[in-house]
Ligand binder design. Structure first.
Ligand code: SF4
Ligand code: SF4
Length: 374
């Protein structure tokens, strides 16, 4: 039997151990949290839409978790100036939480916490079930196409890294972070989806359909955040280890892997696509053969510690943000009133590397602050 044929055989549910059920409940909990953040943000915006008659001036800071580019800029600004920018401080801590989690436990954010990863996984399971029924095999992109497609997300990441880390000075970063565009980027994102254009809707629908046919299409090929976490996972000291002496080459680990990693052939899983979902570990029927290992000390990490490790490292920085009083932003109601009113005329500030252009943006930022008397 070829490896591809082996991969296409379904894995029996009963082989999924306890870790898969805790991963599922963690995914559910974070999805509910995101829905709750969305509902609270809706009422926050109703407050401004109705002149304070409905909703409330209570903005959920967690919404900043959906602003990774602004958060990355904020982290870089902090690294070069020591100043924590106050437009989206929660985004700063969430970004650090996600990156540190990826350093510790690979791309576990994607398979444990990210609601897009959760939806993508559910769509992929649905797509696999259909293709197994129709074609008796799972559909996957051939390798000669898979590798170039996987590089798209790295190209997108390289673009952001170049645009931020290689091109922006501290003054340029500050001008961007201070801009009303950045301050209400969460509001703009909300209206992007609430008043979605036909073009954007079509793109999302195409991505959805592609994700049914090709598992994890968005995450595997397009998500630049996943690319960053994939790089962090390569340097992570915790890796999945296969004990070749005990391995019976049953292929159950390879069949269980949603990211098409041929686990049965490696001593350590070193792939940037590994999302630390632990499905392979749960699937392995031979005791102490496939496990998480600290590669420096060679110590094994027991399954029962994986869930606390994921949650602990993600919430460490969030707790730090809360206890240091840097969780809620310091944007006033008056600022939101003026900026939300201006939202359709606020464009992405560009050309901040040029002194002349940056001074223009700084003047605009000042005018916007003067308009709210700040
Ligand atoms: S190698 Fe194991 S932990 Fe990594 S993605 Fe595949 S199944 Fe999940
Ligand atoms: S590591 Fe475990 S599941 Fe994978 S081939 Fe070996 S025995 Fe089978």
């Amino acid at each position: 039997m070829t490896t591809t044929e082996k991969i296409n055989k379904p894995v029996k549910k009963e082989r999924e151990g306890k870790l898969q059920s805790s991963r599922f409940w963690v995914q559910i909990a974070f999805t509910i949290l995101c829905i709750w953040i969305g509902i609270e943000f809706y009422y926050f915006l109703r407050f401004f839409e109705t002149g304070g008659l409905e909703g409330s001036f209570s903005r959920p800071p967690g919404v900043e978790g959906f602003l990774p580019i602004s958060s990355m800029m904020s982290v870089y600004y902090f690294a070069i100036t020591g100043d924590l920018h106050q437009a989206h401080p929660a985004g700063f801590f969430i970004f650090l939480g996600i990156v540190s989690l990826s350093f510790l436990l690979g791309k576990s954010f994607c398979s444990w916490i990210c609601p897009v990863g959760f939806i993508s996984e559910a769509i992929g399971d649905f797509g696999d079930a259909i293709s197994m029924k129709l074609f008796k095999r799972k559909i996957s992109i051939p390798k000669f196409l898979d590798y170039p497609l996987r590089s798209i997300k790295y190209l997108l990441l390289a673009f952001f890294v170049y645009a931020i880390f290689m091109s922006m000075s501290a003054a340029a970063l500050k001008a961007f972070l201070d801009s009303p565009y950045n301050v209400i980027s969460d509001v703009k994102m909300y209206y992007f989806f609430a008043d979605i254009s036909q073009f954007a809707f079509t793109v999302i629908a195409v991505l959805f359909i592609l994700s049914v046919v090709i598992r994890n299409f968005w995450c595997r090929y397009l998500c630049p955040y996943g690319a960053l976490l994939g790089i962090m996972s390569i340097i992570s000291p915790l890796k999945i280890k296969r004990d070749a002496e005990k391995c019976t080459s049953c292929s159950l680990c390879t069949k269980a892997c949603p990211n098409r990693i041929v686990v049965e052939k490696v001593n350590y899983v070193l792939s940037d696509e590994c999302s630390s979902c632990m499905k392979c570990v749960d699937a392995c029927p031979v005791r102490d053969t496939l496990y998480l290992q600290q590669v420096v000390t060679g110590r094994r990490v027991k399954k029962k510690y994986v869930t606390p490790l994921v949650l602990g490292s993600f919430f460490f920085f969030i707790t730090l943000g809360i206890i240091t009083g840097n969780w809620q932003n310091k944007i006033t109601k008056e600022e939101y009133e003026v900026y939300i009113e201006m939202k359709n005329s606020l464009g992405h500030p560009t050309g901040l590397e040029s002194d002349e252009h940056r001074e223009l943006i700084e003047q605009r930022n000042k005018d916007a602050k003067d308009a709210v008397g700040k």
